[in-house]
Design a protein around this ligand. Structure first.
Ligand SMILES: [Zn+2]
Length: 179
């Protein structure tokens, strides 16, 4: 990122245009790019072995890390994306509100634009609600409606059992642990 920023500085002076790097999650591109990468370089362990590319400078969604670790690891790149960026952490639905508040204050002290994600799924057959489920533990139904953070916004990843999101995004959602 430092290399790209240096290049941007050169182009700014040359062209007189205010180029900037945007830390985008690129909803469609994260699936397309992996196909393009594999065509050229094949499947490389920990680089192109998943059917999606991770969002911008964020830790991999499957990392087993705490919100504090995630804030610190991603904070290293914060100043290198001056076109726009977000840092976010996922909390369980039975969250400790004092802890969430502390983490938001911590993010504000660091100057982050902080996203707080609480996902939720509910069963359309019996009404049972849970943070995350693919099969209802109460009645065994797969007729579920799920809400997840998509990119910068919340979206239904399932409506009455069916997904409306791209396959590569659903693969990423399946791997999510710390975000
Ligand atoms: Zn149910």
């Amino acid at each position: 990122m430092e290399y790209i920023n240096k290049k941007i500085q050169e182009y700014k002076e040359k062209d007189g245009i205010l180029y900037a790097i945007y830390g985008t999650p690129a909803e469609n591109l994260c699936g397309l790019q992996i196909k393009q990468f594999r065509k050229k370089y094949g499947i490389v362990a920990n680089v192109s072995d998943k059917p999606y590319v991770s969002n911008s400078f964020h830790c991999h969604v499957s990392e087993q890390i705490s919100p504090i670790e995630k804030q610190d690891l991603e904070g290293r790149f914060w100043d290198l994306f001056n076109g726009g960026k977000i840092q976010y952490v996922k909390y369980p639905i039975d969250y400790n509100t004092d802890a969430v508040e502390t983490l938001i204050n911590r993010a504000m002290d660091k100057g982050f634009y902080e996203g707080v994600n609480l996902s939720l799924s509910y069963c359309d057959d019996c009404g049972h609600q849970e943070l995350n489920m693919d099969v209802c533990p109460k009645c065994g139904s797969k007729n579920l409606t799920k809400i997840e953070r998509m990119n910068g916004y919340l979206a239904y990843s399932r409506v009455k059992g069916d997904s409306r999101l791209a396959d590569h995004k659903m693969e990423e959602i399946k791997d999510r642990v710390s975000m």
